[in-house]
Design a protein around this ligand. Structure first.
Ligand code: SF4
Ligand code: MG
Length: 315
């Protein structure tokens, strides 16, 4: 997926507009089975959110295919797109920004139910909204309140309830806990796991922190500068990480010992600009194992063991 970035530049004493192509996501592929959780993990700016937004078609892809139950969504008619939008829901990092501040939370849930016709009338929508709110831990007597009357964790529960309201099959969760206190994060993650088990839906889960996705994931893709550099099952990634970037991410995960957060190691070096991508492997400037070939050639994806893929010249 590419975006155009306009920048004004002074050239020969004149301001000129320079168009530059940014490849936010570049030739990636993954699949998610029913009832499974696929997590995309990487530092901010690596293209995780762009991938998520492309899957839900908030961003129009400039190429490639995105299939949902065998059908390419990039070819959908507007009617098919409407049906797809009901089956696929998104949970955002900042629930406050995505909840209408002027709506009572019961209406925040009832409205999409009526729009997508999962209920027959407003009365039924409100009854169903109360049931769903209870499922995520919001009591019926709180249903007439407005978003600002809830804590951050409760607001995320409301965001999750809204996603559930239209009976989706697939949920995209874009950093759903990273804005929350650490003490609340586990509660929300557990709620997401419980709901998945009850409804058997699939998740595309976006995170910048491996520890967050450890329990929820079946499979993971590690992203760096628009590419998936390693992909495999949870066991592959957590027990046998192969790519130097994945290893560096593990070294950067803060370890919780008792009540103290031990110092985590930062990954050294700057993330290169996606506008002037380096030649060769995009990670070579930061990689402790870089060889001469790494500065020249982008490695191909290799299957190191069954269903465990790595993009690195070391293998
Ligand atoms: Fe490091 Fe080279 Fe592998 Fe890139 S290809 S991660 S630079 S060893
Ligand atoms: Mg993001």
């Amino acid at each position: 997926n590419k975006g155009i970035l306009d920048k004004l530049k002074l050239r020969n004493g004149k301001l000129v507009k320079e168009e530059r192509i940014v490849k936010a996501v570049n030739d990636i592929s993954f699949d998610i089975d029913r009832g499974e959780v696929f997590s995309l993990v990487g530092e901010s700016g690596c293209g995780k959110s762009t991938t998520a937004r492309t899957v839900i078609k908030l961003i129009e892809p400039k190429g490639g295919i995105i299939k949902f139950k065998g059908n390419d969504i990039t070819q959908f008619s507007s009617v098919e797109m409407l049906q797809y939008r009901k089956k696929i829901q998104m949970i955002f990092q900042d629930p406050f920004a995505s909840l209408n501040p002027r709506q009572q939370i019961i209406d925040i849930l009832a409205e999409p139910m009526l729009f997508h016709k999962v209920v027959h009338n407003l009365k039924e929508a409100k009854e169903r909204a109360l049931e769903i709110l209870e499922k995520v831990g919001i009591r019926p007597e709180q249903a007439a309140r407005y978003p600002h009357q809830f804590s951050g964790g409760q607001r995320q529960r409301i965001g999750i309830a809204r996603a559930l309201a239209v009976e989706p099959e697939f949920i995209i969760a874009d950093e759903p806990v990273s804005a929350l206190d650490v003490s609340i994060q586990a509660q929300i993650l557990n709620l997401l796991i419980e709901l998945k088990e009850e409804f058997n839906f699939s998740y595309l889960f976006i995170a910048h922190d491996l520890s967050v996705v450890k329990h929820i994931s079946n499979n993971l893709g590690i992203m760096y500068l628009g590419k998936i550099v390693e992909k495999g099952s949870k066991q592959h990634i957590f027990n046998n990480p192969m790519h130097p970037y994945t290893k560096a991410l593990f070294a950067a995960v803060p370890k919780l010992t008792g009540r103290n957060l031990m110092n985590s190691k930062e990954i050294e070096g700057e993330i290169p600009s996606p506008i002037n991508l380096p030649a060769g492997c995009f990670f070579h400037e930061r990689c402790p194992y870089a060889k001469p070939v790494c500065r020249e050639e982008m490695p191909d994806e290799k299957e190191i063991e069954k269903d465990h893929f790595v993009l690195c010249h070391l293998y």
